[in-house]
Ligand binder design. Structure first.
Ligand SMILES: Cc1cc2nc3c(=O)[nH]c(=O)nc-3n(C[C@H](O)[C@H](O)[C@H](O)COP(=O)(O)OP(=O)(O)OC[C@H]3O[C@@H](n4cnc5c(N)ncnc54)[C@H](O)[C@@H]3O)c2cc1C
Length: 398
């Protein structure tokens, strides 16, 4: 490594967003010798959310972060998924093995357990600014001047946007979200509900081609995670920032008087932890401009239909930090990040199959096909799997 490379490591980096991609890239940048600040608009690292998967190449990232044992201890160990018909009768109950859950050491952890574990690994070494966010960015030849909503002002060498699918950093640098937002024709609402069915380490899924309702018990506790997804041809962009309108939209999409639906809708209306979003992907021709780069959902959200959002965020954070640590300057590093990550991102985004997956079949034909396969108690209709999850081999970036 040349002197130029070594010098580059002492630079200052501002990361926007403290969920998964943000603290993960902060961890790696600090390990490579950068001076890192993370700004998060919420008052703390936010817990909650649906159990998420860490698979393939991302498993190697968390192993290299030395957090694999904590995550293995937090593994939710789903033992069964039951698919029910519209009237609530059982189509099939599949064991974890037959669905390849936990295969190849894959982990499923509650989102909050992952954010907390990464935050714990980095909180002592990195400066966190909560309850604040970037107001303006002025990218100059000698650095990027940032003003914060709090009024603070500072110059950094690099800014990383890790602020999610509706990234504010992306908007400041690349303009409005719409050209990059590829709506897959559906929305979802996630929230906590009482465990009325006495579920334990299992999920129950109810589908029509236009609706999907699911209850997931990460353990045997009194609360489970409820998920209501529904198709809608047009993207209700205005609703994404209006919680009351979201509740009305979800309720209107689930008028059904069957299975657990009325109870779930009532609980969704009252939920304090409602998480609503469109089922969409972010696709961009470039993930960087000047001294700013994007990572995680901000750059390449694959949608929860792929189950790969968290894994892409973890791998992207590792690669971007590693390229910044080993290239002569940020321009070279951002180009290399793009070259390394893009084929992996493209493959993983394809798993969403335009919104028609065994998780959420889009037509009566594909629903019937899936249910027939389930009734035969085989595995779920085949989808490209392990090779996609581990299609990227990590460099060492030592
Ligand atoms: C509270 C929460 C609950 C979630 N629950 C689910 C779920 O149930 N199902 C699912 O599929 N996905 C969920 N997600 C999304 C999931 O975490 C991501 O898809 C994935 O893990 C990629 O992570 P990320 O770090 O790139 O983005 P995200 O996890 O979306 O994190 C973005 C972070 O940036 C912060 N942020 C946003 N705007 C600004 C700003 N202007 N300034 C500073 N910080 C900002 C956010 O508060 C958040 O902490 C949830 C995200 C959050 C924040």
């Amino acid at each position: 490594m040349t002197e130029t490379h070594r010098a580059y490591r002492n630079r200052s980096v501002l990361v926007s967003g403290a969920s998964i991609a943000g603290p993960a890239i902060a961890y790696w940048l600090h390990r490579h010798g950068f001076d890192v600040t993370v700004v998060e608009k919420a008052g703390a690292v936010r817990g909650g959310g649906y159990p998420i998967d860490i698979r393939g190449t991302a498993l190697e990232v968390v192993r290299r972060m030395n957090i694999l044992p904590q995550l293995q201890a937090a593994h939710v160990d789903t033992r069964r998924i039951t698919f029910v018909d519209t009237d609530g009768s059982i189509i099939a109950a599949l064991s974890a093995e037959s669905m390849a859950i936990g295969a190849d050491g894959d982990l499923e952890v509650q989102r909050g357990d992952l954010t907390e574990t990464i935050y714990d690994a980095v909180r002592e070494s990195v400066t966190f600014m909560f309850n604040d966010s970037i107001a303006t960015l002025d990218d100059r030849t000698d650095g990027i001047e940032v003003t914060f909503r709090s009024g603070a002002r500072r110059t950094y060498d690099i800014v990383i946007g890790a602020d999610g699918i509706h990234s504010h950093t992306r908007r400041l640098i690349f303009g409005p979200e719409e050209p990059f937002h590829h709506y897959l024709g559906a929305c979802f609402a996630g929230f906590t509900v009482p465990n009325h069915l006495g579920l334990s380490h299992e999920g129950v899924v109810w589908n029509t081609p236009s609706q999907r309702a699911a209850l997931y018990a990460a353990g045997s506790g009194e609360q489970v995670f409820g998920l209501l997804s529904f198709r809608r041809p047009d993207l209700p962009f205005d609703v994404l920032r209006a919680p009351d309108a979201q509740r009305e939209l979800v309720a209107a999409a689930f008028p059904d008087e069957c299975w657990e639906i009325p109870r779930m809708v009532a609980e969704m209306r009252a939920a304090e932890d409602l998480f609503f979003d469109a089922i969409s992907q972010i696709r961009m021709p470039r993930w960087s401009h000047g001294r700013v780069a994007l990572v995680g959902d901000a750059a390449y959200a694959p949608s929860f239909l792929t189950g790969q959002g968290t894994s892409l965020a973890l791998v992207g954070a590792y690669v971007l930090a590693g390229e910044l640590a080993t290239r002569a300057d940020h321009t070279e590093a951002f180009d290399a990040y793009d070259r390394v990550m893009r084929p992996f991102v493209t493959l993983n985004q394809k798993l969403a199959n335009g919104g028609d997956t065994p998780l959420f079949p889009a037509t009566y034909e594909s629903l019937h096909k899936r249910n027939t396969a389930l009734r035969a108690l085989s595995t779920l209709p085949a989808e490209p799997k392990n090779t996609t999850y581990s299609a990227l081999t990590l460099s060492d970036y030592a």
